[in-house]
Design a protein around this ligand. Sequence first.
Ligand SMILES: Nc1ncnc2c1ncn2[C@@H]1O[C@H](COP(=O)(O)OP(=O)(O)OP(=O)(O)O)[C@@H](O)[C@H]1O
Ligand SMILES: [Mg+2]
Length: 332
Amino acid sequence: MAGDQNVHGQSLLSVRNLTVTFTTDDGRFKAAEDICMDIGRGESVGLVGESGCGKSVTALGLTRLIPNPPGCIESGTVLFDGADIMSMDTAALRKIRGNAISMIFQEPLSALSPLHRIGRQLAEAVLLHRRISKKEAWRFAEDWLRKVGIPDAGERMHSYPYQLSGGMQQRVMIAMALMLEPALIIADEPTTALDVTTQAQIFDLTLRMKQNFTSLLLITHDMGVVWEMCERVIVMYASRIVETGSREAIFEHPAHPYTAGLLEAIPRLSRGRQRLKDIPGQVPSPFNYPKGCHFQARCPYAFERCRRETPPLFDCGGGQKSACFLMDKAKE
Ligand SMILES: Nc1ncnc2c1ncn2[C@@H]1O[C@H](COP(=O)(O)OP(=O)(O)OP(=O)(O)O)[C@@H](O)[C@H]1O
Ligand SMILES: [Mg+2]
């Protein structure tokens, strides 16, 4: 299956047929199945879908950060700047993760050591990748704390992570991720603990980095943020990519009934006080994904073929693709 195309020429990141499984006491299941994606240089891509559909697993899988056990990368190739991530040795991988690819996680403490002061952690990260003096590295890091909106940055450099609030910890992690000007930022719900103004500041910083050809994979539940930040959107449902396309295509003419349902659930000012529409039904447990299309039980258009076959990503034109047999019917 071909991956989705981007408009930025040669891909910085190219993922093909990535499948991640987990083995638990209750059995084995696929948390991400046959994932294909491309991210161009300087391109920002939003990855969306309801909770549990495999967004974080996909991000962890493509950087080989899946905990093993219980997880396992069953198959797939990942090329980053032409280098094969899946066959890379640990030293090379660590170098790429700290420098060329930055990750911002949902949980800030996972990225910060509890044992060291923030200033030391940031300055050491700078020194690892830049040939500058310790003093310059310290000042550089302090500057970044200021840029992400930390008050009294000079003093905060001497704090331990536990001495900061969740929101402040998240800002430190964001400073850590952005300051080395990575080629790719993978941000998994990066601003959940932050107030709206700070969120806007952080997104503004990230957008400015884009002008230096930094690429972005942004995982979020917030379709408004996707509209603001991303040129292309990938929609996942129950472990699979179900639709991908330009921001305009996805928002203005979604092809997959699941994408349409997600968009229906966005609050719109013009709707006044009208109640938000949920997609009826629930995401199935990964142990019980049905044969055929995973969305069939919730889909108002499901027909016999959806229960029998797995829909591939059909080309809808203009770079948009949808894993829905309705697209195939349209061509018949
Ligand atoms: N370490 C793990 N062990 C077992 N199962 C896991 C583990 N991590 C993730 N999973 C399972 O894999 C599936 C995909 O999870 P994932 O965290 O990728 O969802 P998500 O789309 O990121 O959801 P959210 O929006 O809530 O962050 C879920 O069924 C989840 O329970
Ligand atoms: Mg997640």
